[in-house]
Design a protein around this ligand. Structure first.
Ligand SMILES: [Zn+2]
Ligand SMILES: [Zn+2]
Length: 705
């Protein structure tokens, strides 16, 4: 009854609605004509909300597929004309834009915006080393271990795959390690000069005054740094000159450390390392390598094409011509001039039939002109030659989609993902609405860019990346390498030629520096003038032993006070003086790392745009002579590397101050020399000399207690 009533009501409503519609529109024929013209996509079908379908009403499982359809010989899209400008997967600057937004957000302290923009930038350009480094840097600051673990392998992969990324990193690392070595060397020279100050003073006075009694003049070693600075050899040159007297003075592990630091600096200044020679074109904005990389990446641009054509006109080398033709071919294709582009790609393929960029570019051009089957054949050929590249599969998928071959398209997409070709997730609306979906034009291969680097690198002077450092590191008009090597050769020659290398250098009673001229030899022991006179004046051996012991103790106490003072003045110097080499080395390294971070850590940040302090304009630095660092990059005092640098420097000095009592304990007490026959007449005679293990307060070879 109820159902009947509902049906009746429905019928009545339907009829009434039809009548009203007729009355409103007037003519039923006109209405039907309009309805026929209505677009198909306005048709709406009510979807049943039911999830489960009754098996009784299920569609019969009839095998209908396009395999049963007649074979299609050629697929040509109904729209015959090619797009005037082929669509692109991503805007070439979109990644940079999001990256800059992320940096701005990070500077403003907006963590959420920073993460979102960085995520987008990374998804648009997953291989951009700048984005990767900056992400690693941010993860490091926030102690975000999962992100760090994820991004570090990506950085390694990019470095292996991209010659340009590698070149830029090598230049940064070179500059950073050269600066760090220079700082360490500076502190080492300072520490060693203080440790050997009294010996330097004695030797200089012996050299200058040339008389028998040349008393120690404490201020004399100041002549050395002042004289060497007056020669204006630059920072590294000054260090090399200062190291000559220290090389002669030091012995054992101290000398080894000095030589090792020196040799490291020489290695850094060596101009012909192959990796370093190849790197400059990757950072020079005017280089051909940059031109090629930009031409493959950017939208078509008049100046870029013009430069490519001009270079192509003068290029003789076949490989170089092929590289330029690939870049120009990609530019022409992006401009929509597919015929010109094809011509260039075909020329390249005559020279190198396996050139990946040309093979794919040619197939892409065919696709954009609507010849889908021919394009598919060309992609298949690419797949045979380069089965490892995911870009080909992705491009093939677009052709399959255009042909409405959905299973093949999906399969090709899957394959491209398996071959780790990542499709950017953010495609703009305009690109989606175009008649052709975008395909990838791969740029020049890593090998081609490496060859381009090798071709162009010979035109750069050696160590050009240190151009702005020149004033600071070495002013003389000779290569930095010679500025460092020549003093080392002079130092080694002096050591080899100097016949007195093995003479005792300290009084065997009190440890005051002496030499062959000023010493008094008594019973085979070399004594300083004071001790020698005491020995000659005293009548009895007992008195002599007491006097000697007193003087030895006085000098020993003074020596200990000096070592403690040294430790507070330069971190590590006290330990070097007292003979604990490893502790001294560690303190020096800590302090020099602090100075390095403070002075240059903020420039070596690899997330920054390429602005090497060695390769910027003179106007952009703080001061060309004294501080050739890029002023525009100064991050402010609250930057992480500057805070870390200040922290390390302060820490090393705090350790130096706290070290005092410990240093005291580490120094063995000075033992006195006394005439061999005085106390133990049967004892063997004292061995006349024994090189001191440490400096400053050398432990004399006295009698056993
Ligand atoms: Zn003495
Ligand atoms: Zn002397």
């Amino acid at each position: 009854m109820r159902r009947f009533f509902t049906a009746c009501c429905g019928n009545v409503l339907l009829v009434t609605t039809a009548l009203v519609a007729l009355m409103l529109t007037g003519c039923p024929f006109r209405t039907s004509a309009l309805a026929a013209e209505a677009p198909l996509d306005t048709l709406q079908i009510a979807v049943s909300p039911l999830d489960e379908q009754d098996p009784r009403y299920a569609q019969p499982d009839v095998e209908i597929s396009r395999k049963k359809l007649p074979d299609v010989q050629a697929t040509v899209v109904p729209q015959p004309q090619a797009p005037s400008r082929p669509p692109r997967l991503k805007h070439p600057l979109a990644g940079d834009w999001h990256f800059e937004e992320a940096r701005r957000a990070a500077a403003a302290g907006d963590g959420a915006a920073m993460r979102e923009n960085l995520r987008r930038a990374r998804s648009i350009e997953p291989d951009n080393p700048r984005f990767q480094w900056w992400q690693a840097d941010q993860a490091l600051r926030k102690v975000d271990t999962p992100t760090l673990i994820q991004v570090v392998p990506e950085i390694a992969r990019t470095l292996l795959a991209s010659a340009v990324a590698r070149g830029q990193l090598i230049i940064r690392l070179h500059q950073a390690s050269l600066l760090a070595t220079t700082w360490f060397w500076t502190l080492l020279v300072a520490a060693l000069s203080l440790v050997w100050w009294r010996h330097l003073a004695h030797d200089l006075s012996a050299l200058i005054f040339k008389n028998r009694n040349h008393p120690l003049r404490t201020m004399l070693p100041l002549i050395l740094p002042v004289t060497f600075a007056a020669l204006r050899p630059g920072w590294l040159g000054w260090l090399a000159l200062m190291s000559i007297p220290l090389l002669i003075q030091t012995r054992g592990r101290q000398r080894a450390l000095l030589v090792a630091t020196w040799v490291t600096a020489i290695a850094m200044a060596f101009p012909a390392w192959p990796a370093l020679r190849l790197a400059p074109p990757t950072v020079d904005p005017a280089s051909e390598v940059t031109l090629l990389a930009e031409a493959c990446r950017q939208d078509p641009s008049g100046p870029i094409s013009e430069r490519l054509r001009q270079t192509l006109a003068i290029a003789q080398d076949a490989d170089r011509r092929a590289r330029l033709q690939v870049a120009l071919g990609i530019q022409e294709a992006r401009r929509g001039r597919f015929a010109d582009s094809d011509k260039l790609f075909n020329t390249v393929l005559e020279h190198d039939p396996d050139c990946f960029a040309a093979l794919v570019g040619l197939a892409n051009n065919t696709y954009f002109r609507g010849r889908l089957d021919q394009a598919l054949q060309q992609y298949q050929r690419c797949r045979q030659v380069h089965p490892e590249r995911g870009e080909v599969c992705y491009n093939m998928a677009q052709v399959y989609f255009k042909k409405l071959f959905i299973p093949e398209a999906t399969e090709a997409l899957e394959l491209s993902r398996e071959l780790s070709f990542l499709v950017p997730t953010h495609m703009d609306q305009k690109t989606r609405q175009m008649a052709y979906s975008p395909v990838v034009y791969p740029g020049l291969s890593n090998e081609s860019l490496l060859a381009a680097c090798a071709f162009e690198a010979v035109q750069y002077p050696p160590l050009v990346t240190l151009a702005t450092w020149e004033n600071l590191l070495g002013s003389p008009p000779v290569p930095l390498f010679l500025v460092l090597v020549v003093p080392l050769i002079i130092g080694v020659a002096l050591i080899l030629l100097w016949s007195r290398q093995n003479d005792p250098r300290e009084c065997e009673n009190c440890g005051v520096p002496l030499c062959r001229e000023c010493c008094r030899v008594r019973e085979g022991a070399w004594l300083c003038p004071t001790c020698g006179e005491t020995a000659s004046r005293s009548r009895s051996d007992h008195v002599l032993a007491t006097l000697m012991k007193n003087r030895s103790r006085d000098e020993g106490l003074r020596g200990i006070a000096r070592v403690v003072r040294l430790g507070r003045l330069v971190p590590g110097a006290g330990h070097l003086a007292s003979g604990s080499f490893a502790a001294g080395w560690a303190r020096l390294a800590l302090a020099s790392l602090g100075f390095f971070l403070l002075s240059a850590g903020w420039i070596i940040d690899p997330g920054n745009r390429w602005l090497s302090p060695g390769m910027i304009l003179p106007q952009e630095v703080f001061s060309l002579r004294w501080l050739p660092l890029p002023a525009i990059m100064w991050p402010g005092w609250n930057d992480l590397s500057i805070l870390a640098g200040i922290g390390l420097v302060l820490l090393s000095w705090v350790i130096g101050v706290l070290d005092g009592p410990l240093l005291h304990r580490g120094i063995p007490e000075r033992l006195s020399w006394a005439p061999a026959g005085s106390e133990k007449p049967t004892a063997a005679p004292v061995t006349p000399k024994k090189p001191a293990p440490s400096a400053g307060i050398a432990v004399g070879p006295g009698l056993k207690r």
